[in-house]
Design a protein around this ligand. Structure first.
Ligand code: ZN
Length: 224
């Protein structure tokens, strides 16, 4: 039904703009990433196998938490982890998944990103974990992702990519760029030597400072 496809039109347009921005910023490869946003009836998610440049608002798929969907397009093959994250994390409204180059490089080595830089704390703790490998689109991958995101806003997926979550698309996008930047910095540091890792106590201190430091409440200018 045309009327139901056009519900949440502004949000659908925002999802498309964010998807295109993800590729323009170079943090995703082709059609490999996907993103979602909560709506009262469930969530909106990008369709499977469509180039972002071709997307129109009606192509964004409306899904319910029971896995059913409306519209003519099929949802992203990764709709399960979008659904499961949104269901498990009520503070989260937006989920972004990308195959960003450096985050994916570390994920292919099965390496988490430790607290080599204080900005690792923006993901919520003293590391950005790497979830074990599981086949794309499976419940197993979704379970691994949820565990790696426990108490965090970002994780890597072994031999695959990364996931970030946020209260809205803008903040999730900012975090995706930040995680990719940290991955690139960590990768470079590893080429030269053994990065020094900050203690959990120091990262806890940084997280506390983020709560009161004015700019930390909004996405940093580097992204937006
Ligand atoms: Zn993927």
């Amino acid at each position: 039904m045309a009327a139901s496809r056009l519900a949440h039109r502004a949000l659908r347009q925002d999802i498309i703009a964010t998807a295109r921005r993800m590729n323009a910023l170079g943090i995703n490869q082709g059609k490999s990433g996907n993103l979602s946003h909560r709506i009262p009836e469930g969530f909106l998610v990008t369709p499977t196998g469509m180039a972002y440049e071709r997307l129109k608002p009606a192509d964004i798929v409306a899904m319910r938490f029971d896995g059913s969907h409306r519209g003519t397009r099929l949802p992203s093959s990764e709709w399960r982890f979008h659904r499961d994250i949104l269901a498990a994390r009520p503070e989260t409204n937006a989920v972004i998944h990308t195959h960003a180059m450096f985050a994916t490089t570390l994920a292919c080595l099965g390496r988490e990103i430790p607290a080599f830089h204080y900005m690792v704390a923006v993901a919520g703790g003293d590391s950005i974990r790497c979830a074990p490998y599981a086949t794309f689109g499976t419940e197993k991958l979704s379970r691994h992702a949820l565990a790696a995101l426990e108490g965090r806003k970002a994780c890597l997926l072994a031999n695959h990519g990364m996931i970030v979550v946020g209260p809205n698309l803008k903040k999730a996008m900012w975090l995706a760029v930040e995680v990719e930047t940290l991955a690139a910095q960590y990768w470079r540091a590893l080429q030269v030597g053994k990065p020094r890792i900050l203690s959990k106590a120091e990262i806890d201190r940084v997280i506390d400072k983020f709560k009161t430091y004015g700019q930390a409440k909004e996405p940093a200018p580097a992204c937006c």
